[in-house]
Structure formats: C-alpha cells, structure tokens
Design a protein. Structure first.
Length: 140
C-alpha cells in the first residue's frame, strides 16, 4: 500500500512541476502581448481572476474569455514567434511584423494583408519563409 501512495505522490509532484514551468514560461512571455490580450493574461496568471470575473468586467460571455485565454496560452507556449525572434537577423522588419500578427496575435492572412497593405500572395510568401525556418529550427 505504501508503494502505491509514493508513486501517486511522485506523479502528482511531476505534474505540478510541469504545470509550474508552463506558468513561469507564460508569465515571461506575456510582455510580448499588447492591449486587451496582455491585460487578460495578466489578470488570469498574476492576479488569479476567474473567467467569470473577467467576463463581467469585459461585458462578454464567460466562454469568450475562456476561449481567448486558451488561444493566447497556446500561442505563447508554441514558441513559433519566439523562434522568429531568435532568428530576427534573417528577417526584415516587415516580415517580423507579419510573424507577430500571425503567430502571436492569431490574425488571418487576409487581415494581415489588409493591415500591412500587402497582397495576400506576398503574405503567404513571407509566412512560407518563416514556417520553413521554424521547421529547420525544430529539427535542429
């Protein structure tokens, strides 16, 4: 009976450490965000606000806040934009802007083309270049 209890506590300890590492990673990357996204992540991670509290403050549905936090968390942990930042000498300023819009802010290619005043073809070409670099960095 003792061995089973030790294994459970060891597994729990391991999962808690993984969870804490992710929280630390998210807190370090929140500074990459701007505006409402940054505010939401700060409220969630540092202040410990619930989705319900944030939804009341924002005047939206609780599910909208939960979905937005989930997407932001996923983008911050994925690290595709971080890979771009580490290799920023390979990109122009405009390409870094496209990378931020796509990988961090989650904008569609069409919205990026409108925002950056580029053709959709040009945006796709930039994203293809970025994704190739991200793939090479992941393989290394």
């Amino acid at each position: 009976m003792q061995a089973i209890h030790r294994n459970v506590s060891q597994n729990t300890l391991t999962s808690r450490n993984v969870y804490r590492d992710r929280i630390d990673l998210l807190q370090s990357r929140v500074s990459l965000l701007r505006g409402t996204d940054r505010l939401l992540m700060t409220m969630y991670l540092k202040n410990g606000n619930s989705f319900r509290q944030m939804a009341r403050l924002a005047g939206v549905n609780e599910a909208n806040i939960a979905r937005r936090i989930y997407k932001l968390t996923k983008r911050l942990i994925d690290g595709e934009y971080i890979t771009c930042l580490r290799n920023r000498d390979r990109f122009t300023r405009a390409e870094m802007g496209v990378a931020k819009d796509y990988f961090l802010l989650g904008l569609s290619q069409r919205k990026i083309s409108t925002k950056r005043n580029y053709s959709l073809y040009h945006i796709r070409k930039i994203l293809k270049k970025i994704q190739q670099l991200v793939k090479i960095s992941d393989d290394a």
